[in-house]
Write a protein that binds this ligand. Structure first.
Ligand SMILES: Nc1ncnc2c1ncn2[C@@H]1O[C@H](COP(=O)(O)OP(=O)(O)OP(=O)(O)O)[C@@H](O)[C@H]1O
Length: 242
């Protein structure tokens, strides 16, 4: 059994439908969730966090249904959805202080380590941070409570190339500790660099959920890079591969 099971998720909007999305995510693996703008990545991630109502299907973590065990599950996972939802006019220090008591597993050493690594000033308020810094702040909170699973919506967007590399190295380190890292991106080179598994979504359809090697074996033509393959699949209609 996978650490996260996404089974037959359906979400309908007036002009978009996430169609029976199913895939599993393993511990100790980095899974890259790739798809172009509007493909349904954020919608899928929101359903995986019970942030929006589902029209069908279910999501479970650690063998437990998310809707019935949300509080317990959310203590064991870390997530960041790109947009900043923390109090914009409170100091980072005070926000972290308010969040800590929620997590018995809060790890002050990790908090300090990532605060330093990301170059964040605890005395600043979110409103004073650049977009890249806001992403780092979201990640700081997600990484500070020994999460067994990390679900990150476009964590590398807004980061400069140095910070992006640093973050991918953090993913590698967490993977070695057995953490399941699931992150969405449209930067294929990020996936090329560190993902073990690829979940590819196109027009609301999960086209593939395979190890990177199997993905390349199944879809790449001779001499193609991963980027060439995915660009070609999209130009050929993406969803028709499903
Ligand atoms: N609350 C909503 N109401 C109606 N339609 C929505 C809503 N949220 C998302 N959508 C639509 O669902 C589709 C998928 O959006 P989603 O944000 O999941 O894409 P994405 O793959 O994350 O794109 P991006 O890479 O641009 O962030 C889009 O067509 C979007 O307009």
């Amino acid at each position: 059994m996978s650490i996260i099971e996404v089974c037959d998720i359906v979400k309908k909007y007036p002009s978009f439908e996430l169609k029976n999305a199913s895939f599993g995510i393993e511990g100790g693996e980095i899974t890259g969730f790739i798809g172009r703008n509007g493909a349904g990545k954020t919608t899928t991630i929101k359903t995986m966090l019970n942030l929006i109502h589902l029209d069908g299907g279910k999501v479970s973590y650690f063998g437990k249904n998310l809707t019935d065990n949300e509080v317990e599950i959310k203590k064991r996972i870390g997530y960041s959805t790109g947009t900043l939802s923390w109090y914009p006019r409170k100091k980072i220090k005070d926000i972290a202080g308010a969040i800590k008591p929620f997590y018995e597993s809060w790890d002050e050493e990790s908090y300090r380590k990532y605060l330093n690594m990301f170059g964040l000033d605890e005395m600043k308020m979110p409103v004073e941070l650049s977009e890249g810094m806001k992403v780092k702040f979201n990640l700081l909170i997600a990484l500070s409570h020994r999460a067994e699973v990390l679900i990150l919506d476009e964590p590398t967007s807004g980061l400069d190339p140095f910070s992006r590399n640093e973050l991918l190295d953090v993913f590698e380190e967490l993977k070695k500790q057995g953490v399941a890292v699931f992150f969405s991106t449209h930067i294929i080179s990020d996936i090329e660099k560190c993902a073990d598994t690829i979940v590819y979504i196109s027009k609301g359809n999960i086209v593939a959920a395979l190890s990177k090697n199997d993905f390349v074996k199944s879809y790449s033509k001779k001499g193609e890079s991963l980027e060439d393959t995915i660009l070609r699949m999209e130009s050929e209609g993406g969803a028709t591969y499903a």
